[in-house]
Design a binder for this molecule. Structure first.
Ligand code: SF4
Ligand code: SF4
Length: 452
């Protein structure tokens, strides 16, 4: 958005205050600059020169989760998320990248620094954390403490490097897809990725796993559009020429960002067409399964489950019915809808580390809603939400286990083979399971979803 376009968008706000009732940050802070209306007023004042574009004025703009709750509720259709992104971009142009943005983008831009950070976190969690003095130090350094609580364990190797172990030859495939591995699945928790590959292959989908880089969302969220474009081009170099009908992701945020490549590179004559083609092909895993009419599992998973809608999946991509259809197709699974299932959990990428206190408060409300359902499992569709929700449940002593929805489907497929909960092709290397009980239920095979 140009400054002129932002101003036009800002001018659409009629100050009705409708956003107050839905904004998660306002629900916790109750201050005007913490809601869409107040944030928009700040941006207007900056554009009109009544306030300086400096880090202090920008703090409320960075405090926005970009969750789009206000956008969905706004009677004037104001795109507050786009205004926030454009304002961040302006600050970056005038003041340079904020230190935290520089650090996050540098770590995610190349696999090597990201891998180093993950390895150090894993080492810290296993060896140093139990030492009392370190625990005391953690209390002082809130960000370090939260990072370590979030990342309870890390994967020794990347899923990218381990993918050949899970890829199988599919005879007479009905479909061909490329699987896009997001950063969290690649190094922090392989389970959603392994389950994604597994359920696709069980549905006669041939899967290939090109080497991806970060989708670029963290850079975009900080207003660093140039870095986001660079990452988009690198991914397009790897995915654009593939003979596949879809690019599938298990991460709502990655899926949403890949879908935005067309807009991001609209002015790039070399990549414009490739970006448009990829954006048309990208699919969230649940949506893709429903589209191809996935096989209804016959194995039972005897447990109760509730579902958290990730912001990018439910509002950016409008994917809400599909993950529920996947869960409700599983025999034995008792689905319990929670209150405010589509409310942000406070993760919002690196927000959970840069705004620890506010993120934790927002998460507390989500955890209370999960606890009310008394469900044994909390399913979701975004590995970053998974990390944050797992941290929140543990912090508040709620015994539910967090999994990706597709992990439960993989478990049901394994159960129909009589594989039970033991390690199988669809599980993580260390045999971690969803923890749910499974039984084989001999029934005639049915097809779920709408079909194409
Ligand atoms: S709901 Fe929309 S128009 Fe109303 S105050 Fe909020 S942003 Fe402005
Ligand atoms: S995007 Fe979310 S956090 Fe930001 S102003 Fe809107 S509702 Fe509030």
């Amino acid at each position: 958005m140009s400054l002129k376009a932002i101003y036009e968008e800002v001018a659409k706000c009629n100050r009705c205050g409708g956003c107050q009732a839905v904004c998660p940050t306002y629900a916790e802070t109750r201050v005007e600059w913490s809601v869409a209306r107040g944030r928009i007023a700040l941006v207007r004042a900056m554009i009109e020169g009544r306030l300086p574009v400096d880090p202090e004025t920008m703090a409320p703009i960075y405090e926005c989760l970009l969750c789009q709750k206000c956008v969905a509720a706004c009677p004037s259709g104001v795109r507050t998320d786009q205004i926030m992104l454009a304002a961040r971009e302006e600050l970056m142009k005038t003041q340079g990248k904020p230190a935290v943005a520089r650090a996050v983008v540098r770590v995610l831009r190349n696999p090597r620094p990201f891998n180093t950070v993950v390895t150090l976190l894993g080492y810290y969690a296993k060896t140093l954390r139990p030492v009392t003095i370190v625990t005391r130090l953690e209390r002082v350094a809130g960000v370090v403490a939260k990072a370590n609580r979030l990342v309870d364990r890390t994967e020794r190797r990347s899923l990218q490097s381990q993918a050949p172990r899970y890829l199988k030859a599919v005879d007479s495939p009905a479909h061909k897809v490329a699987y896009f591995i997001g950063c969290a699945t690649n190094r922090l928790n392989h389970a959603p990725g392994i389950a994604t590959i597994d359920v696709l292959q069980r549905n006669k989908v041939r899967v290939e796993v090109p080497e991806a880089v970060c989708c670029g969302l963290p850079a975009l969220a900080y207003g660093d559009k140039e870095t986001a474009k660079e990452m988009a081009r690198r991914n397009l170099d790897r995915f654009a020429g593939l003979d596949v009908e879809a690019v599938v992701s298990d991460c709502g945020s990655c899926t949403s960002t890949l879908a935005e490549y067309a807009g991001l590179l609209a002015d790039d004559p070399e990549y414009r067409a490739k970006a448009r083609a990829l954006s048309m092909k990208v699919r969230d895993i649940s949506k893709y399964l429903v589209e191809i009419g996935f096989a209804k599992p016959r194995g039972e998973v005897k447990t109760s489950v509730t579902y958290h809608d990730p912001c990018h999946l439910c509002r950016h991509l409008k994917v809400t019915a599909e993950p529920r259809a996947v869960l409700k197709s599983i025999p034995g699974l008792d689905f319990r809808e929670m209150k405010e299932a589509d409310a942000c959990c406070g993760a919002a990428g690196s927000y959970m580390l840069t705004h620890v206190q506010l993120s934790d408060e927002i998460l507390g409300r989500k955890v209370a809603h999960v606890a009310e359902t008394k469900a044994e499992i909390l399913a979701t569709g975004c590995p970053a939400c998974q990390l944050n929700l797992g941290y929140g449940l543990k912090k508040h002593g709620v015994p539910a286990k967090v999994v990706h929805a597709v992990e439960l489907l993989a478990q049901a497929y394994r159960a129909e083979e009589g594989a039970g909960t033991g390690p199988a092709s669809g599980e993580a290397e260390d045999g971690r399971t969803t923890g749910a009980r499974t039984t084989k239920a001999p029934e005639k095979r049915e097809v779920a979803g709408s079909g194409r």
